[in-house]
Design a protein around this ligand. Structure first.
Ligand code: ASP
Length: 430
């Protein structure tokens, strides 16, 4: 990429691409293109198709590696580990339920029209729990990676993750280090996938330009009407999720709402401006410890573990996006299919890395699980630069909430403050 482009923040590049796309789309047809322009407009969308295909291809290895990495490297004290897992799961479930409720009530997809997909839709097939169970074990270990099958992928990832963790613990007891090369390979592969993702994300502006030009050129502005309604619905759902967090903090910890918000403001603002909960992680840890005044152990558990795989904002967004596209295409997702959306959104949010636009990668799996055509994610790419920032702030607020709840109803005493180990601080610094 040219050096001068690197200096322009990605969201500004995307914004410029959006404006250019609107301009070119209007000139080339604005909803009523001539037959020659139709093929030109279709070709402009090729970069977007390629990026989406690459994201889809990377989604399963990303989730597999992320889960294995967590199992191999996470160090959790047993008691708080169980409480942490419970808090993470309930918060994510609430987030998805809020998202689905808002999407079902507001029905943003009905506010505009989308062109029917080029591929056949299979979303109407009814859910068969027994069939799902029979299908949960793959024919071959690598099959879920080929088929992009989330349930099979999780079965494989959990089996290998739990197995590796057990072997590591055993070897540590015996003073052996045979597990280390595997741990290093998994960490390096995960970093490599992230690197490739960052390349893909840096060319998103080209995709946005093409897809906006094509959409405006062929369909005019009707799809954007629905997108505007979708943005409002997502913002409303994220707001409700933040109210849920504040209520939990108020009643489940010693930290008052005001202290939580003023103390944590730096982390929330950093999350919004970077769109990355991983980059925000050291700030989250510092403000929780120094400004909110949590114990070091609770601050580090929430910030470290949370920023890795607690992404409630992402879960909420993925579920809403699936429902939105289904509505816009006139497909009725049954209750059972919405349950599948809930399950896959949980997996997708755990697997989403804490980097900008990561939610788009794992969204391909949520769409595939209920047979929705992934080509429509392209449309969401156009507004993701903004919604990503909002959901990242909620992701970070979720981590902060978990930390506050782990800290309990009693603030730390002066003695605790003096005695606390510097281990977690060092871990975060490194
Ligand atoms: N950008 C989000 C984060 O860093 C992940 C996502 O794309 O949803 O938390």
């Amino acid at each position: 990429m040219p050096i001068f482009l690197k200096r322009i923040p990605l969201y500004i590049q995307i914004f410029i691409a959006l404006l250019l796309g609107v301009g070119v789309g209007t000139v080339l047809g604005g909803g009523q293109p001539s037959p020659e322009n139709v093929s030109l407009l279709n070709n402009l969308a090729i970069p977007c198709t390629l990026i989406l295909k690459a994201l889809k291809a990377l989604a399963t290895p990303l989730i597999l590696l992320a889960v294995l990495h967590v199992f191999l490297t996470a160090e959790l004290p047993q008691k708080s580990g169980r409480r942490l897992a419970f808090l993470l799961l309930t918060n994510t479930l609430v987030a998805i339920l809020i998202g689905l409720t808002v999407a079902n009530i507001v029905q943003p997809g009905k506010w505009g029209q989308l062109a029917p997909p080029q591929t056949a839709i299979t979303a109407t097939k009814p859910l068969d729990p027994w069939g799902l169970l029979q299908d949960s074990v793959p024919q071959a270990v690598v099959q879920p990676l080929v088929d992009n099958n989330v349930i099979q992928l999780i079965v494989v990832a959990l089996a290998f993750g739990i197995g590796l963790r057990g072997i590591k613990a055993q070897q540590l007891k015996e003073g052996k280090t045979d597990y280390l090369p595997i741990e290093q390979v998994i960490t390096t592969l995960l970093e490599t996938v992230m690197k490739i993702l960052s390349w893909l994300i840096s060319i998103v502006p080209i995709a946005v330009f093409g897809i906006v030009a094509k959409t405006v050129g062929i369909q005019g502005f009707a799809p954007f009407q629905a997108l505007a309604a979708f943005i409002l619905a997502v913002l409303l759902a994220l707001f409700l999720q933040s109210c849920y967090y504040l209520t939990r903090v108020q009643f489940g910890s010693w930290v008052g709402i005001r202290r939580f918000l003023t103390g944590g403001a730096d982390a929330l603002i950093t999350a919004f401006s970077t769109a990355s909960s991983t980059i925000t992680m050291p700030v989250t840890f510092r403000v929780l410890k120094e400004k909110v005044g949590l114990r070091e152990s609770s601050a580090s558990l929430g910030a470290l573990v949370g920023s890795n795989f607690n992404n409630d904002g992402t879960a909420l967004y993925e579920a809403m996006a699936a429902l939105f596209i289904a509505q816009a295409l006139g497909i009725n997702l049954s209750l059972e299919q919405q349950v599948i959306v809930i399950l896959t959104s949980i997996v997708a949010s755990v697997g989403a890395a804490g980097i900008p636009e990561a939610g788009l990668v794992t969204m391909t799996l949520v769409f595939s699980s209920v047979g929705l055509p992934t080509e429509y994610i392209a449309l969401l790419v156009t507004v993701d630069w903004f919604l990503d920032r909002c959901r990242t702030s909620i992701n970070v607020m979720g981590d902060m909430t978990v930390s506050a709840l782990l800290d309990g109803k009693v603030p730390q005493t002066e003695e605790e403050l003096i005695l606390q180990p510097a281990v977690a601080t060092a871990a975060i610094r490194d």
